[in-house]
Design a protein around this ligand. Structure first.
Ligand code: DAK
Length: 256
């Protein structure tokens, strides 16, 4: 049996590809386990600065594997403790760029929303159709989608299983940009390569601060940002960046 995910490292980018084509990349328990472990290994690996998470051109992911869940009981769901695994994605410090083409449904949409930037091909379709199988989103969909696109649009997607296409998703603020389908991966890689040249600590603290925006009241978020801002004056990259500006040359960031 082929591996549910593939991974490689190229030019400072850790690339993970979902690889269950026969079931539209349904997120089986095994896939999620390997995905989270690989993300954590990439987070630890100093050769990697940015992570790209991709599906295929045909599909990102059609959700959690319904066959894994169909006969589950409350107790077995509790024992699987899947929430803990998804929580671990939240703790990855490096930026994760989702390269989404085709369906991003249910857990697939939620996985994309766990990423920091979503690049969508013009064929991408986002949805939370769990209502069609008798449940509601279970990996943050009701919360993250609402924060991303607002209550009323989220209601229609969650309560009526409405899909939105890439252009709508862009208009609603769910995706960062839409590209022709043949560029869905190269566009994500191009952003990743640019970001990989940025000062590493600032990159990670910038992500941390933005994620706090949806958790903290404004005054506390601003306070949090200020502390991270001060912290960056302890990095060599801050000295290099500002000196290079004054000396009118390109900075050379060492990630320190
Ligand atoms: N799970 C398992 N198999 C799936 C699947 C899925 N989510 N989606 C598709 N497949 C399989 C189909 O069964 C089919 O397999 P075979 O019959 O060929 O063996 C194959 O992929 C191709 O699918 P279709 O024949 O259906 O392809 P179509 O192009 O006709 O339709 C579709 C594409 C995406 C519209 C359709 O496949 C579909 O509606 N799929 C289900 C979408 C869905 O309902 N997604 C939400 C699943 S629930 C949690 C974390 C996460 C979650 C919950 C809890 N915790 C942390 C606790 C998430 C829940 C979900 O995502």
């Amino acid at each position: 049996m082929s591996e549910p995910i593939l991974s490689e490292i190229t030019d400072g980018i850790g690339v993970i590809t979902l690889n269950r084509p026969n079931v539209l990349n349904a997120l089986s328990l095994d896939l999620m386990k390997q995905l989270v472990e690989t993300l954590e290994q990439f987070d630890e690996n100093d050769d990697i600065r940015v992570i790209v998470l991709a599906g295929s051109e045909k599909v990102w992911a059609a959700g959690a594997d319904i066959k894994d869940m169909a006969d589950a009981s409350v107790v077995s769901m509790h024992q699987r403790n899947q929430f803990a695994r998804w929580e671990r994605i939240k703790r990855i410090r490096k930026p994760i760029i989702a390269a989404v083409s085709g369906y991003a449904l249910g857990g697939g949409c939620e996985l994309a929303m766990h990423c920091d930037i979503i690049v969508a091909s013009e064929t991408a379709k986002f949805g939370q159709p769990e209502i069609n199988i008798g449940v509601i989103p279970g990996a943050g969909g009701t919360q993250r989608l609402t924060r991303a696109i607002g209550k009323y649009r989220a209601m229609e997607m969650v309560l009526n299983g409405r899909f939105i296409d890439a252009k709508e998703a862009e208009r609603f603020g769910l995706v960062s940009r839409v590209v022709p389908k043949e560029h869905y991966l190269s566009a994500a890689m191009a952003i990743a390569k640019q970001m990989a040249r940025r000062p590493t600590v600032a990159l990670q603290l910038g992500k941390e601060a933005i994620l706090k925006a949806s958790e903290l009241p404004l005054s506390e978020g601003l306070e949090y940002e200020r502390k991270l801002f001060y912290m960056l004056f302890a990095t060599e990259d801050q000295k290099e960046g500002m000196r290079a500006f004054i000396e009118k040359r390109k900075p050379v960031f060492e990630g320190k």
